[in-house]
Each structure stands twice: as C-alpha cells, then as structure tokens.
Ligand binder design. Sequence first.
Ligand SMILES: *[C@@H]1O[C@H](CO)[C@@H](O)[C@H](O)[C@H]1NC(C)=O
Ligand SMILES: *[C@@H]1O[C@H](CO)[C@@H](O)[C@H](O)[C@H]1NC(C)=O
Ligand SMILES: *[C@@H]1O[C@H](CO)[C@@H](O)[C@H](O)[C@H]1NC(C)=O
Ligand SMILES: *[C@@H]1O[C@H](CO)[C@@H](O)[C@H](O)[C@H]1NC(C)=O
Ligand SMILES: *[C@@H]1O[C@H](CO)[C@@H](O)[C@H](O)[C@H]1NC(C)=O
Ligand SMILES: *[C@@H]1O[C@H](CO)[C@@H](O)[C@H](O)[C@H]1NC(C)=O
Length: 314
Amino acid sequence: MIQITQQYRRLAFIISCILGLLVYWKMFKNNYIEENINMTHDFIVPFINYVPGFFVSPENKLVACEIRKSMSQLTTNLMCLLYNETQFVADKNTLNDTWEAPRHCMQEHSFTNFSDDLKNDTDTVKFAFIRDPIRRFLSFYLNKCVDKSECYDCGSDMRCVVERIYNGLWNIQNDRNMTFILMEAHAAPLSWNCGFNEGVSKWELLMMGSDLDERTSSTTKLAKILRKQGVRHELVESIEKDILKGETAHSTFKSTNRLAAEKQIREDPVVRYFLHKIYFFDYVVFPFKRDVLDPEYRSIFATAPAKVDIKFFV
Ligand SMILES: *[C@@H]1O[C@H](CO)[C@@H](O)[C@H](O)[C@H]1NC(C)=O
Ligand SMILES: *[C@@H]1O[C@H](CO)[C@@H](O)[C@H](O)[C@H]1NC(C)=O
Ligand SMILES: *[C@@H]1O[C@H](CO)[C@@H](O)[C@H](O)[C@H]1NC(C)=O
Ligand SMILES: *[C@@H]1O[C@H](CO)[C@@H](O)[C@H](O)[C@H]1NC(C)=O
Ligand SMILES: *[C@@H]1O[C@H](CO)[C@@H](O)[C@H](O)[C@H]1NC(C)=O
Ligand SMILES: *[C@@H]1O[C@H](CO)[C@@H](O)[C@H](O)[C@H]1NC(C)=O
C-alpha cells in the first residue's frame, strides 16, 4: 500500500514537472514573440510581392531574378547570353554591358515571362544574387543619390534619403498599393523581390559580398547550376572568369564619397535607426551575418518569421 502511494507520488511529480516545463515554454515563447513583434511593430515587413522581375532561359530551364542593386546588371547580361548566345554575340554584347546597351533579349516576351509551365517543371532551377542589405543600400545611395542626384529631393543628404525610403515603403506596405515607383523599387527589401513571398527555400541564393572568398564560392555555385542546366562547358568557364574579373575591378575601388558614406552608415544614429526599420527582416529571412546590426537586433527572431509567424506580416 505504502509502495503504491510512493509510486503515484513519483509519477505525479514527474507529470507536474513536464506540465510546468510546457507551460513555462509556452509563456516564454509567446512572450519572446510578443517582445520581438513589439520591437519591430513599425518596421518594414518582409514578403510583399512588390518587384517580381524574372529573366528566363527556356532552353536551359533556368530562371534568374532581377534584384536591383544586387548584381542586376550581370544577371541581365548573363541571362541574355543564355537566352540566345548567337544573338548576344552578333550584337557584341558583353557581361559588363550597362543599362544603355541595347539588347535584343529585352524585346522577347519569353525572356521576361516566367510561365506556369516552367514554374511547375521540377527541372527548372531558379537563382538570385543576394547581397548584404546595408551594403546594397550603400551602393544604391552612391549611385542614385550621390552620382545622379535622383533621390527624391534629398540630394546626397543620407538622413533625408533613408527617411523618404522608409515612408515610401511604409505607405506601400499599408495601402498594398503595388504601383511601381522607381526609388522604392530600387530600395525595397530583398524579400519584396522575386516572388519570395511564395517561398525562399526553392531559390538558389548566391551571396555576393565584398569578400573575395564569398564571391568565388558563389561563382562556383553558379557554374555548377549552369552545367547542370546543360550550358556547355567552355561557355560556363568563360562566364566564371568574366564574373570574377569584373567583380574584382569593381570592388577594390574606394572613393572618398564611398568612405564618407560608409562612415555615416556606421555612425549616424538617425541613419541607422531607419536602416534597421527598413532592412532588419532581410537579415532574418536570408542568411546574412548580423554583426553589422545594433546589438539588440542580433538575436531577435533567431527563427525566421517564415517559420514562426509569417501570419503577422502578410
Ligand atoms: C507589447 O506591447 C503591448 C502594447 O503596446 C503591451 O501591452 C505588451 O505588454 C508588450 N509586450 C511585451 C512582451 O513587451
Ligand atoms: C537566336 O538569334 C538568332 C539570330 O537573330 C535567330 O536566328 C535564332 O532563331 C534565335 N534563336 C532562338 C532560340 O530564339
Ligand atoms: C568588359 O568585359 C570584357 C570581357 O568580357 C573585357 O575584355 C573588357 O575589358 C570589359 N570592359 C570594361 C569596360 O570593363
Ligand atoms: C506568359 O506566357 C503565358 C503563355 O506562355 C501566358 O499565358 C501568360 O499570360 C504570360 N504572362 C505574362 C505576365 O505575360
Ligand atoms: C501548375 O500548377 C498549378 C498548381 O500546382 C496548377 O494550378 C496549374 O494549372 C499548373 N499549370 C500548368 C501550366 O501546368
Ligand atoms: C498608388 O500609388 C500611386 C503612386 O504613388 C498613386 O499615384 C496612386 O494614386 C495610388 N493609388 C491608390 C489607389 O491609392
């Protein structure tokens, strides 16, 4: 009799321990999510389908996404080459052509139309170049605001630029007004591109940073994709070489403007405040290092909202 009671007691003890842990875990988890949501309640949310732009090589069952200020020029040229090499060569196009260069592919409907057929084909491979969101902003800023003075009426006033971008994206987010606005389209978070709202995991993401190792490894990954999709060997090799050559020349140059802008991004609290609001969720959705963020944002939403609570955002 005594033995039985003791056994029951032990059992009851174990059960209550487990229940306690469950309740604690649930409270902790809810609180954790709530705190994170509170911290980011006025942030730009991820996964609004604002700027889907695709380049297609039907023959290779290959689809690339164009993300502005994220190797978009190279993506366009590369896909144009794969779309019709004969035409590309005849037109004397190269992988480092700029926007001004005329390209036949751009007039081809099947070059920009990501058809349902291809979408459903399990052999289709999709890839996108992605780069650190704050570095991407820097490149946007230097190009559009400093060099071209096309940033609203801000000139090169970075505080003005980040605030205008934030307000612009905030309006799009709240009104769900998908009218294309050039500035917002260039500055939108990565996750607003490529139809990423339908899932990021189905994409081959090629990280293109300033780090040479990263670029080399992404280029290797791209070469592997191209070979798998039937692009001939010599062409893949020359593409690989061209990318690395072009990129190296690009990234070693540090103008005074660039250095000054980098410093402001690192140090100006107003600029950082807005950059966090705009790009924080890109650091959650994509596997970027978070050490460029302020300390309080380095660990929150450690689990991607895509898994935890995308319903809060979309
Ligand atoms: C989140 O904000 C709401 C309303 O502002 C507040 O009631 C709640 O206590 C906050 N939660 C946490 C965990 O800070
Ligand atoms: C590629 O371009 C050439 C030259 O304009 C053309 O003859 C050929 O039909 C094109 N091929 C495809 C698959 O569109
Ligand atoms: C463009 O790329 C080609 C190789 O594809 C290279 O020979 C040429 O020098 C590059 N031009 C510029 C302006 O960088
Ligand atoms: C893409 O092409 C398909 C047919 O191949 C067509 O039904 C569809 O409307 C096109 N989509 C766009 C956005 O043009
Ligand atoms: C592609 O798949 C979707 C859903 O899986 C289906 O509704 C659609 O009809 C398919 N389209 C084609 C062209 O097979
Ligand atoms: C959507 O945004 C565009 C550009 O800002 C604006 O011209 C248009 O009036 C907006 N449409 C609606 C329905 O608010």
